[in-house]
Design a protein around this ligand. Structure first.
Ligand SMILES: NC(=O)c1ccc[n+]([C@@H]2O[C@H](COP(=O)([O-])OP(=O)(O)OC[C@H]3O[C@@H](n4cnc5c(N)ncnc54)[C@H](OP(=O)(O)O)[C@@H]3O)[C@@H](O)[C@H]2O)c1
Length: 332
């Protein structure tokens, strides 16, 4: 069995394509033959090391938290799935940054973390949409849901999470402003329902939002973090919400709560998708809702690029270089 592993933290060059022994699945475990593996920004964070890691990594580390494929064999006590079933998983329980291991051809995972994939959803699509779609769902279902006509701002609207948020919020009737890093990305997000793409590298996004919606937006969805967070407070109308869900540009600085009062009684939320799937029944219900929206075509999941798993270093370079449109996946 081959896996892409790191033996130290560092740049994409630390990723190595290696032979690894995989024992048969233990009790309550399932051996999954991966058909497609997700690329997530958190993989970059683990590869780089730093503030995300709660305790020192034990090298070598196989990166990755999310994959789709087929059940190859099952260990003692497993009744929920059988060989041949198509399945997916996002995390295998425990801290997200510690229990990685999906950048490989096959993996033993606890049966409890698996969901069956519906017909009509390919392995590539599943790998592209599970974590990112559940992150969007977590914000919309648990933190802030638009009323028809509500203006919202999505930063990095062409990102993996951003393009799903754009479609979902548009489906619920929101008027969507979306920041993007290039004219090509602006065209891309327009196709997914973004009403007002804003080239935030070229223009001041606060002025642009206020030009079109003088009162500001009701909610900002921010996965960019350091570069956008503080300025985003100036886009939100009184009693509105700023959700910071990611740090693609870096960690958000500490926030003086009094500032929220001064800016108009604003709220700030910092969700982690892992809390959204912590309860097993809730996890299955959440997956069912997401898959239903994808299979019905409400959320279009088009994989923008596939990389061979052994070329994962190239994929990391592109991800860090902001070259992705929507989601790309790894194929073993
Ligand atoms: N809270 C959670 O549970 C959760 C779940 C999933 C993801 N996340 C986080 O959310 C963020 C977005 O995830 P994603 O999967 O949507 O990411 P992605 O598809 O890789 O997109 C990231 C985008 O952010 C923008 N960006 C701005 N500054 C950047 C910089 N300095 N370096 C790289 N990209 C930069 C780029 O878009 P432009 O070129 O358009 O600027 C880039 O394409 C990540 O930080 C991720 O870790 C959090």
């Amino acid at each position: 069995m081959k896996a892409a592993r790191i033996h130290s933290n560092g740049g994409p060059e630390v990723l190595r394509w290696e032979d690894v022994e995989l024992p048969p699945p233990g009790p309550n475990e399932v051996r999954v033959r991966h058909g497609a593996i997700a690329l997530n920004f958190s993989d970059i964070n683990v590869r780089r090391g730093g503030f995300y890691i709660a305790k020192p990594l034990v090298f070598p580390v196989t990166l990755g938290n999310e994959a789709a494929g087929v059940v190859a064999s099952v260990g003692a006590g497993v009744t929920s799935v059988k060989p041949g079933d198509r399945v997916g998983y996002v995390g295998v329980g425990g801290p997200f940054y510690e229990n990685t291991g999906s950048y490989c051809e096959e993996r033993n995972v606890p049966a409890s973390c698996l969901v069956k994939l519906p017909d009509g959803l390919s392995d590539e699509q599943a790998a592209a949409c599970m974590l990112k779609g559940l992150t969007a769902a977590c914000m919309i279902n648990r933190i802030w849901r638009p009323k028809a006509g509500d203006p919202v701002l999505i930063h990095a609207a062409a990102s993996g999470v951003g393009v799903l948020l754009t479609q979902w919020l548009k489906h619920l009737g929101a008027k969507v402003f979306g920041t993007v890093g290039s004219a090509e990305k602006a065209d891309f997000v327009r196709r997914y329902g973004c009403d007002h793409p804003i080239l935030y590298r070229d223009v001041d996004f606060v002025s642009e939002v206020k030009r079109i919606a003088p009162g500001g937006v009701v909610c900002v969805f921010d996965g960019v973090g350091e570069d956008t967070f503080m300025k985003s407070l100036d886009c939100v109308r009184p009693f509105g919400m700023l959700i910071n869900y990611g740090n693609a540009s870096g960690h958000v600085p500490p926030l003086d709560l009094l500032l929220l009062a001064k800016k108009g009684s604003l709220s700030v939320s910092r969700p982690a998708f892992s809390s959204y799937i912590a309860d097993p029944q809730q996890m299955r219900d959440n997956f069912a809702e997401l898959f239903d929206l994808v299979v019905k075509g409400v959320l279009k999941v088009e994989v923008s690029k596939t990389y061979r798993l052994q070329d994962v270093a190239d994929a990391h370079r592109d991800l860090e270089g902001r070259a992705f449109f929507g989601s790309a996946v790894l194929v073993p």
